[in-house]
Design a protein around this ligand. Structure first.
Ligand SMILES: CC(C)(COP(=O)(O)OP(=O)(O)OC[C@H]1O[C@@H](n2cnc3c(N)ncnc32)[C@H](O)[C@@H]1OP(=O)(O)O)[C@@H](O)C(=O)NCCC(=O)NCCS
Length: 164
């Protein structure tokens, strides 16, 4: 059973919508206040967004295909210098998803490594990403592939009872 990592095509849109929506729901489950509430038709929204991004220069959408079936994807963009965040131009890895039945056999690592190759070809000096504090599996994957921790995001909720 061969695994292929390739650029996403228009016909991958339904699979991208399904996986992107699953990724949003996973994050919402980690912390429902920090990670926005999934909309009703999240699949369609994500399908529309990634279908647009896969045609855009400066964005990269890859899929992992096993025997003709899409089982994972990764999405990244090239970002300009940002003085607020003190970041020079870089690649930003936004999404990596591997279907549960395919996890633990290197699909995630292959998606990430192919993404690195493609972002390097676009001339960026580094690739940055955010992972949820509770997402141990993702943190292990990215640390194993050479990412280091550089920022810690913190969130404080402003409750009505705190107003004066
Ligand atoms: C995080 C995620 C992308 C990892 O994908 P994956 O395909 O399971 O990743 P890998 O198989 O490369 O690595 C996972 C584990 O399998 C092990 N592994 C890798 N290749 C292997 C192989 N050939 N044989 C056996 N085990 C292997 C790795 O050592 C790793 O072990 P660890 O969990 O102890 O670190 C996947 O769990 C996922 O989709 N999670 C939900 C979405 C998510 O959290 N995305 C990241 C944030 S955007």
């Amino acid at each position: 059973m061969t695994l292929t990592i390739r650029p996403a095509r228009t016909e991958d849109a339904p699979a991208l919508g399904r996986m992107g929506a699953a990724l949003v729901r996973l994050h919402h489950s980690y912390d429902p206040e920090r990670f926005m509430t999934p909309e009703e038709d999240l699949e369609s929204g994500y399908r529309w967004w990634l279908s647009r991004e896969l045609k855009r220069q400066g964005a990269v959408v890859l899929v992992a295909e096993r025997d003709g079936r899409v089982v994972g994807y990764a999405y990244a963009t090239v970002e300009a210098r940002d003085w607020n965040a003190l970041r020079d131009e870089h690649g930003e890895l936004h999404d990596v998803w591997v279907d549960e039945s395919e996890r633990g056999s290197g699909v995630g690592a292959q998606l990430a490594e192919e993404m690195i190759r493609r972002l390097r070809a676009q001339g960026v000096p580094r690739v940055m990403l955010m992972t949820a504090a509770k997402n141990d599996a993702a943190q292990r994957l990215f640390a194993r592939l050479g990412w280091r921790t550089t920022m810690v995001e913190m969130t404080r909720e402003l409750k009505d009872s705190e107003t004066d």
